[in-house]
Design a binder for this molecule. Structure first.
Ligand SMILES: NC(=O)c1ccc[n+]([C@@H]2O[C@H](COP(=O)([O-])OP(=O)(O)OC[C@H]3O[C@@H](n4cnc5c(N)ncnc54)[C@H](O)[C@@H]3O)[C@@H](O)[C@H]2O)c1
Length: 403
């Protein structure tokens, strides 16, 4: 049994782009990177050279490693289900990157496997971990602002023109903007509105035949308690909504004006295999250093309209427009923006304290993403049945309503 102050011994599956983005936060005295699983020998060698731990060739070997207490799973979405179930069965706590899974059936199995294994399952990093989102939630919970009535979240990016592997452009394999991007926005909005979405009406756009998946959506969601939210995202955008986030990009660094158009320019003239090769230059062991974040991460403009004030989330905190005054409540950046994910992981493993973003929470966000696709397909509103409040660990909403 490890003592409460000992660093959590962490393993990693998937030494790709997501690991690169989260690694700076993992350089924290409360964690020790002790093992990894990676199919590519170069990645294993890079991991062992940097961390001195054990790099295994398979997830099975990592699951059997007695040194490992918890594992960050950052493999492609469609592998999450198999990897998480295997690790949970072996008694490892799991932090799985979003989305929890591609299919809801897999999500159900993963939540059940974590419960059966008696382990914590956390879905993240997602932008619902961003400190300004947590600050907005605390302001709402204080009760001083009245009830949340309406939320607007929008984000305009070049996501669809960043380098992709072919399956990332096939919706049935988890491609398109809903599973990779929409799930961030859904997570944030659910957190601000209490979590339990009732119904969604949506439209999606698949506007580029060369990249045949959904690149845009608009959704209108109702919540238990009466709030409603509109969520809009475009990964085809020319307009960059980071301009409304003080010029700070998603990862918390100021954007250089000369970066405009860079994603589309880099893809010019590439076939699918050259594009996949370009993607692999952005991963752990191959990519250059990331820009230093001076701000929190964010996922585009978010406005929360409450009875007595409106909140605007920024990369540095929350602007509060009340009846008679406007003020700014800062969210100080302590260490790396993704430190909040490490806080959640350490609290879960060392103190058994579940964060908002449990497996059940991630399943509910995934359900909403699927419902957006289905509503767009059928033209009808889609009711939701697997929704839950932050921190829930099991029961879907409909069972709570109709016991
Ligand atoms: N939170 C974020 O900011 C963020 C950013 C990017 C990606 N992601 C998420 O992370 C996940 C991975 O995406 P990515 O862009 O990093 O992909 P990626 O292709 O860059 O990385 C995936 C890695 O998994 C490895 N892998 C494949 N099969 C494996 C196996 N059987 N065992 C061990 N490793 C295996 C690959 O070699 C690769 O290194 C996705 O679910 C994505 O949604 C999150």
């Amino acid at each position: 049994m490890s003592s409460i102050s000992e660093p959590v011994r962490l393993g990693v599956v998937g030494l790709g782009r997501a690991f690169m983005l989260t690694l700076p936060a993992f350089r924290d005295p409360r964690l020790r990177l002790v093992a990894a699983a990676a199919p590519r020998p170069e990645s294993r060698a890079a991991f062992e050279a940097e961390f001195g731990g054990r790099a295994h060739a398979t997830v099975e070997a990592l699951a059997a490693d007695p040194e490992v207490e918890a594992v960050y799973v950052a493999t492609p979405h469609q592998m999450h289900a198999e990897h998480v179930q295997l690790l949970a069965r072996a008694g490892k706590h799991v932090l799985v990157d979003k989305p929890l899974a591609v299919s809801l059936e897999d999500a159900d199995r993963m939540v059940a496997a974590a419960a059966a294994g008696g382990v914590q399952l956390i879905v993240g990093p997602s932008h619902s971990f961003d400190a300004p989102v947590a600050l907005a939630r605390r302001l709402i919970d204080s009760g001083a602002l009245g009830r949340v009535r309406m939320v607007q979240a929008f984000n305009y990016t070049d996501f669809l023109y960043r380098p992709r592997r072919p399956e990332e452009l096939r919706t049935e394999e988890g491609g398109g903007v809903l599973f990779s991007q929409g799930v961030h926005q859904v997570d944030i909005v659910r957190l601000l509105c209490g979590g339990e979405a009732l119904q969604v009406s949506a439209m999606t756009g698949a506007w580029d035949p060369a990249r045949p998946t959904e690149g845009a959506y608009s959704a209108l969601v109702s919540f238990r308690g009466g709030a409603f939210a509109s969520l809009t995202y475009s990964g085809y955008a020319h307009f960059d909504s980071d301009i409304w986030m003080d010029g700070v990009g998603e990862l918390g660094a100021k954007k250089a004006p000369e970066a405009y158009g860079r994603a589309r320019r880099a893809l010019e003239g590439l076939d699918a295999s050259a594009e996949a090769a370009l993607k692999s230059t952005r991963t752990y062991g191959t990519a250059g250093a990331l820009p230093e974040p001076g701000h929190h991460e964010h996922f585009g403009p978010v406005l929360v309209l409450c009875d007595r004030a409106d909140l605007r989330l920024t990369p540095d905190g929350v602007e509060i427009s009340g009846d008679f005054e406007r003020r700014f409540e800062p969210a100080p950046l302590i260490g790396h923006p993704r430190r909040t994910v490490v806080d959640a992981l350490v609290a879960a493993v060392r103190e058994g304290r579940a964060p908002a973003q449990t497996g059940a929470w991630g399943r509910a966000s995934l359900e909403l993403c699927h419902a957006i696709l289905r509503s767009a397909d059928t033209g009808a509103p889609v009711p939701l049945t697997r929704q839950c409040r932050p921190g829930a660990t099991g029961t879907p909403m409909h069972e709570e309503i109709h016991p």
